[in-house]
Ligand binder design. Structure first.
Ligand SMILES: [Zn+2]
Length: 98
């Protein structure tokens, strides 16, 4: 899969990365579209710092393509997520769309 990986100030590269593995309470979302947040610009411009290399971006929409063993009712669901700086992490703010 491809991801935008920040390597340092104004050094953002679209690269092939391994597909994330999910835990029992996680879902894996195939990203369909993204937005660029002001925080992404701060990270890109180096006015905010973050450990690199790092996949940035957190405002996206997509489809749930895998669910952990403890997750039910989310496979195939399309929705949006906003979770600060987590490529594979907490999906706070995730919402299902009709
Ligand atoms: Zn944002």
């Amino acid at each position: 899969m491809k991801a935008a990986v920040l390597h340092g100030k104004m050094d953002l590269r679209v690269e092939e990365v391994n597909k994330p593995t999910i835990g029992p309470e996680d879902v894996l979302v195939a990203v369909k579209a993204v937005g660029i947040c002001g925080s992404d610009l701060h990270l890109y411009r180096g006015t905010w710092t973050i450990e690199t290399p790092r996949i940035i971006g957190h405002e996206m929409t997509g489809e749930v393509v895998e669910v952990g063993e403890k997750v039910s009712g989310w496979r195939g669901v399309q929705g949006s997520q906003s979770s600060p700086w987590s490529a594979a992490g907490n999906a706070t703010g995730a919402k299902r769309t009709p």
